[in-house]
Design a protein around this ligand. Structure first.
Ligand SMILES: NC(=O)c1ccc[n+]([C@@H]2O[C@H](COP(=O)([O-])OP(=O)(O)OC[C@H]3O[C@@H](n4cnc5c(N)ncnc54)[C@H](O)[C@@H]3O)[C@@H](O)[C@H]2O)c1
Length: 333
């Protein structure tokens, strides 16, 4: 599979490094409107570089387009790639709104191409293990779950796009969607959501949010996310079941006591904190390898367009709750 990446910031450079160990895929081209970025990555991996996705599509015979652009540019890029008949891997969140996400899913289905979404948390070993334990029923009946993510400070990026809510969607869409997707995967449909955040009350960069969820199976979930500059970035979860407690904190896990933990994307510019796990292959390589493998086998990836849409739909309900101060119900499915 010949791959071209568009957007070479934190995630584009992480994906470029990731493809180097993915069997069945070859990175052949990259595109970024900042020539220094596209040239640096092109030189490092011996691939061709372009300024835009349109130019890359015109000049290259790609099988896969990997979209690592800021979130507000995802829809346009995914639709352009699909129209050109390319399979698409898109960084999370799939889109700013459920309407955009649905249009992207439909565009890919219509074009007969596969859409995969980068909800990479499903490829982190601690989370994969939790999924296995939960699915096996070892925990008994789950009553509550708590998840936490953040503390590394506000992300820096091209045009400071994370600070513009209409470009990034804020912390619930950008950061907390990782945990919300994981909970949809492990706990199933959400019936009702109630959320609070500092958005519009405080300086945007101090965004901190709490999302409470009632799942259709009765489980109560509490998800907390922060862009505050605390002592360090960490992730945590705690599932409480009738058979005991299943908990994880990256702050206490021996595997995470590595200096690699808080480095920005490999060879990339200063940007978002991308957690790493030295005990395993990079989860970013693993998610790409899974996607490529599914393309070779002609099967759906575990995080397809519909899964990306489902997560964005849950976020939209949480955002509506933040805006209205009221709980918001969700349809099943
Ligand atoms: N999975 C994760 O852990 C994770 C972590 C961080 C970010 N993300 C997601 O990845 C995406 C990218 O985030 P980032 O932090 O890498 O952003 P970034 O700002 O670091 O990089 C974006 C790049 O896109 C380029 N660009 C902008 N407009 C362009 C255009 N029209 N054509 C070509 N290039 C263009 C910029 O020059 C920049 O190099 C976002 O959707 C973000 O939410 C995911």
């Amino acid at each position: 599979m010949k791959v071209g990446i568009v957007g070479l910031g934190t995630m584009g450079t992480t994906h470029a490094a990731g493809y180097q160990s993915v069997a069945g895929a070859k990175l052949v081209a990259v595109a970024d409107i900042q020539p220094n970025r596209s040239h640096a990555v092109a030189e490092r991996y011996g691939v061709r570089s372009y300024a835009t996705l349109a130019e890359m599509l015109e000049a290259e015979d790609l099988d896969v387009v990997d979209v690592c652009l800021p979130t507000f540019l995802h829809r346009q890029a995914v639709e352009m790639a699909a129209a050109a008949g390319k399979h698409v891997f898109c960084e999370k969140p799939l889109a700013l709104t459920p309407e955009d996400a649905k249009a992207m899913v439909d565009a890919c289905r219509k074009a007969g191409v596969t859409l995969g979404v980068g909800h990479v948390v499903r490829f982190f070993p601690e989370y994969q293990k939790a999924k296995t334990v939960l699915a096996a029923g070892e925990m008994g009946k789950i009553g509550t779950v708590y998840m936490y993510r953040g503390g590394g400070g506000f992300p820096t990026a091209w045009q400071d796009w994370y600070a513009r809510h209409e470009w990034s969607g804020g912390i619930v869409l950008d950061l907390m969607i990782h945990d919300l997707d994981f909970l949809l995967w492990t706990m199933g449909d959400v019936e009702r959501v109630f959320a609070k955040s500092t958005w519009r009350r405080d300086y945007g960069r101090m965004e901190h949010a709490l999302v409470s969820l009632r799942f259709a199976n009765g489980v109560i979930g509490n998800v907390e996310g922060t862009w505050l500059p605390l002592e360090s970035f960490k992730t945590e979860f705690e599932f409480a079941g009738t058979n005991g407690l299943l908990s994880h904190s990256s702050a206490h896990a021996v595997s995470f006591k590595s200096h690699q933990l808080q480095t920005p994307g490999e060879a990339g510019p200063q940007g978002v904190t991308v957690p790493r796990s030295p005990v395993t292959r990079s989860p970013y390589s693993l998610e790409l390898e899974h996607f490529i493998d599914c393309l070779h086998k002609g099967v759906e990836p575990i995080i397809n367009g519909e899964a990306g849409l489902r997560a964005v739909t849950l976020v939209a309900a949480a955002q509506k709750s933040i805006e209205t101060g009221k709980p918001v119900g969700l349809e099943r499915g």
